[in-house]
Write a protein that binds this ligand. Structure first.
Ligand SMILES: [Zn+2]
Length: 379
């Protein structure tokens, strides 16, 4: 491997622990790829009579040791959904057996999966990435490897030195996305700039503005120039509108909320260090909903690009696009509402803010320079 902690390592296994569990394997300095299931480490079986998994089998490590699974262990123990992993560690350190039980239920199957990976690949190093990688590494202290077969260093993939391996993970993810198509949502375009160091957590560029405010031109331009994956509300929503047929306004809103949630679920699966461009009208749901999504997706830094134009301009843009939108989007009747919305719509003002009047030519050079200085800078 060419970069970072991977330098000099012949063979590395990485588990990414977020909403689900993903992974990547590098052997003899080559990333294992080529088949749809290569590197699907979340589907290592740890309990053949365990819970049903999305893959159709039972007891995959994703069902026991992902972030979603941690939430289930917490709920089963009778604790509320607002208990954080840090609180669990603190309670465990204070001798709380309930917290210890939750951490063990979460970590022991992961240890079994790591042991299986070690048995298969005999890696030089096992890395734990994803939003919960560091927490999983800490929890593993209560589930040691069985000596001596499965001894292998396990480290959290969080520091700049792990850039190469995170890059490998990204490449592997992109390769899987190409094969499976199921997760084609722009992770295809995920790539790591080899000149840049990896950053410890996920970051999101929030391209915000009301309908017809010019967000899509801006977000696509940023994604192309920065090489960051792009997720838009319409990318997720439109295929469902096409497949299910248009419904009423309420159906459209429900689909919008579900698509919004889907965006953050996808972000939560991305490897640590990923920066994602998210294009949405963030004001359509309460602020707390966004904060909850960001926390669950492991996004620790955001920058906001606020796109706006006068109401009459938005109305004209909206009118000319009416025939291009799939049935189910609100029609011409929405235009007066849009003009009213333009008067009171506000940016989130969450983190650094860049303001764009989309009636003028978009100054992409200024935007990318600003992003490099605010969100892409090495911490
Ligand atoms: Zn599975």
């Amino acid at each position: 491997m060419a970069l970072g902690a991977a330098r000099g390592r012949e063979s590395i296994v990485m588990f990414t622990i977020g909403t689900g569990i993903g992974g990547a394997v590098a052997q003899d300095r080559q990333i294992v790829r080529g088949k749809g299931t290569a590197g699907q480490l979340g589907h290592i079986t740890v309990d053949i009579s365990g819970e049903a998994c999305v893959c159709g089998r039972r007891g995959c490590v994703e069902t026991t040791s992902s972030g979603t699974a941690l939430g289930r262990h917490i709920a089963r123990a009778g604790l509320g959904p607002d208990v954080s992993i840090d609180q669990l560690f603190a309670r465990d350190a204070g001798g709380d057996t309930l917290a210890r039980g939750i951490l063990e239920a979460w970590a022991r199957p992961l240890r079994a999966a790591i042991d299986s990976a070690v048995a298969m690949f005999a890696p030089d190093l096992v890395l734990l990435g994803g939003g919960l990688g560091a927490a999983a590494h800490r929890a593993l202290a209560s589930a040691p490897a069985l000596a001596p077969w499965y001894q292998c260093p396990v480290e959290p993939a969080q520091l700049g030195d792990d850039a190469g391996v995170i890059g490998a993970g990204l490449q592997a993810l992109a390769a899987q996305a190409t094969v499976t198509q199921a997760s084609s949502v722009s992770l295809l375009s995920a790539r790591l700039d080899p000149g840049r160091h990896a950053v410890p957590t996920r970051r999101a560029v929030l391209v915000n503005g009301i309908p017809a405010s010019g967000k899509s031109t801006v977000s696509r331009g940023i994604a192309d120039r920065m090489g960051w994956p792009l997720l838009t509300l319409d990318t997720i929503k439109n295929p469902f509108l096409e497949a299910l047929g248009g419904g009423d306004r309420e159906f459209n809103r429900t689909l919008g909320r579900a698509s919004y949630q889907a965006i953050w679920s996808v972000v939560g699966e991305a490897p640590a260090g990923t920066t994602i461009v998210v294009d949405a009208w963030f004001g359509f749901q309460p602020r707390q909903v966004l904060e909850d999504h960001l926390r669950r997706a492991g996004v620790e830094q955001t920058a906001e690009i606020w796109c706006h134009a006068p109401g009459e301009v938005l109305a004209e843009r909206y009118r000319t696009r009416l025939d291009q939108r799939p049935a189910g989007h609100p029609g011409a009747a929405y235009i007066p509402e849009l003009i009213e919305l333009a008067k009171r719509a506000e940016p989130l003002r969450r983190g650094p803010l860049f303001d764009i009047d989309t009636t003028k030519p978009i100054a992409f050079d200024a935007i990318t320079q600003w992003l490099q200085a605010t969100i892409a800078a090495v911490p």
